[in-house]
Every structure is written in structure tokens, then in C-alpha cells.
Design a protein around this ligand. Sequence first.
Ligand SMILES: Nc1ncnc2c1ncn2[C@@H]1O[C@H](COP(=O)(O)OP(=O)(O)OP(=O)(O)O)[C@@H](O)[C@H]1O
Ligand SMILES: [Mg+2]
Length: 352
Amino acid sequence: MAIISSNIGDNDFPLRKKELRLVDAKIIAEEKIKNNLNLARPANLNQFIGQKQLKSSLRIAIDASIYRKEPMEHTLLYGQPGLGKTTLAFLIAKEMNTKCRVATAPAIERPRDIVGLLLGLKEGEVLFIDEIHRLNYLTEELLYSAMEDFRIDLTMGANKGARCRTINLPRFTLIGATTKLASISAPLRDRFGISQKIEFYTYDELKQIILNFSQLINLNLDDEASYNLAKISRGTPRIALRLLRRVRDYAQVVQKTNFVSLNLIKKALNSYQIDEKGLDTLDRQYLSFLNQNNNIPTGLDSIAAGLGDDPSMLEFVVEPYLIQIGFLTRTPRGRLLTALGKRYIDSKNDYF
Ligand SMILES: Nc1ncnc2c1ncn2[C@@H]1O[C@H](COP(=O)(O)OP(=O)(O)OP(=O)(O)O)[C@@H](O)[C@H]1O
Ligand SMILES: [Mg+2]
């Protein structure tokens, strides 16, 4: 796909400023369940596109537990943001014909928060804890016996008057999701009977996700358009859907049409400063920074300071895709542009 060229002025595109802010804030990191995103969630495991191996393992685990009339084993889902961990957690609960209670680890601050969550569960229900690597130590300790023996041991009172009380819990399934597997303590990790990685998606899978969603939002994409949008979606459904919504805005507001061709996609993405590789302003600034530094190995903190950005955002959001497309390598001494990355950013020297 050639780089997008269009002569759209600001006045031709009323949403531009607001939308640009969104793109700049990094589409992958933004608030997840919004507007049509719920609509985008597949209705059952069969409709969940891709991840063949993972789906078939889950299918077996779900069917086995239904057969034995037992809750499914505790399950850990890990992988990059936007690949479908939360979606899968809901689908597992749905397939088990039970409710999914949702919590994020940073919100479980005190022991009584996790105790309250556990006591609120009913037999067979799913407790989904997002960002599970961020649980604090006390909460983790309480979870160990809850996961293993479906009970919690509470210490009431203090000093000499302290008493230990055991509370039995209904049997439940804990589903944990994380983008940082390595940050989960070994004792917690070991208590998950199932641990599954969610991989990046192929272009064909993303194309299918794009086509399914475009039907739901009444947008008509031709084959070429959907495939090219898939190609710049960084292997990530959330990005594919996000880009698709931006394209829809552009098609409906600027071009007053529901028919999306490759040409329209190029114009729309150009207006959001997303290029033919799917890279946005921050990606290009990152590459330019290394390039201007004469491409000597540079530490993540120096890059973050130079760009005025958060190191972990660069590490987990920006870098994985640059590495995946062969523009960047991580060496023990720091980050380095590859020859491919250098050639690319040299051709875009107007960005930084
Ligand atoms: N395989 C898939 N088929 C169809 N849609 C998908 C698929 N995977 C993800 N999606 C869609 O992509 C979006 C992001 O998915 P989800 O929120 O489940 O990702 P996540 O892995 O939980 O991300 P995060 O780590 O940021 O929490 C959702 O709208 C979801 O419906
Ligand atoms: Mg999630």
C-alpha cells in the first residue's frame, strides 16, 4: 500500500482535532469498553476469530467441567493488550452458563475487598481479575487457599485476642488476565490449572474481525479495503476495530458514504497521521529519536525522557510492534534501529 496522499484541509474534516488527540493518546491504551466495543464482542466461543489452539484447549476444559458438573479450572490468560483476554473471560463464563464477576487488581486494595468479592460469589461462578499482576501481597495470600481449597482463613482481632477463622467458599473459577506474565509471583501462577498465551492475529483473521464488525455498524468494505486495514492493525483486534471506527467517521462525515474503498481508507488514515505501516506519530518519534542519536544502543529510560513519555507505555505498547515488523531490536546495552527501521525513518525525516 502506498503512503497515503490527500489534500484534505482542516475545514474539510471537522472531527480532526478531537480524533487526533485520541490517536496520539495511543489507541491501544485507551479506555476499552466503550460505545460499540461491547457490540463487537463475539457472542460465543465459535464466533471468536483466530487463536485456534487456545480455543480448542478451552473447549475441552469447558466441556470436561460441564460433564463433571464442576467449575472449570482456574485459568490465566496472558498476552499483549487488545488481543481478547477480557472477551475470552466473558465467553468462558457464557459457555459455562454462569455469571462473570469482574474486578481489576488495582481496585482490590484491602483484604476485605477480596474477601467481599469471594463471599459474593455463587457456586460455579467466574471471578475475572484483570491486570492480575498488580495484586498486592495480602490479597494474593488470601487467594491461595481460596483457589486451592475454596476457603479463606481470616485472622480476627490482634495480639493475644487474635483468633483464626476459616470460611468456606462456593466452588468458583478464577480467570486472571495479564499483559505481564513475568510480574506474577510463582505461587500465584502455579495455582492456575490452565495458563494460555494469546497470540497476535494473522491478516486474514483480522480481516474477518473487521468484516464482521463492519456488518454490525452498517459499513460496506470491499475485499481490498478490509485486507489493507487488517495489515496495519498490528495483529491486534482492538486496533483493527478502532481504525475501522475512525474510517467510518471519515466515510460518513467527510465523504457521506457507507461504502469504503482502499482509497477512502488511505485518505482517512492520512488525516489521522497513520501511515502505510500502521505507525502513528509516537512510533515515528520513537524511531527518529534513535536515529538522531546516531543509532547507538539507547536505554529505555533515556528514550522515555527524550520523548517525554512513560517508559512502560513505550515498552509494552510502542516497542512490541516495532520489533515485530523488524524495525527495532532490544540488546543488553539498549535499543537499536535495524537497517530496515533506519531506511524507513530516513524516508520520513519530516516528522520529528
Ligand atoms: N478473536 C476476536 N474476535 C473478534 N473480536 C475480538 C477478538 N479478540 C478481541 N476482539 C475484540 O477486540 C477488542 C479488545 O478485546 P479485549 O478487551 O478482550 O482485549 P484484552 O486482551 O482484554 O485487552 P487488555 O489487555 O487491554 O485488557 C474487543 O472489542 C473485542 O471484542
Ligand atoms: Mg482486558
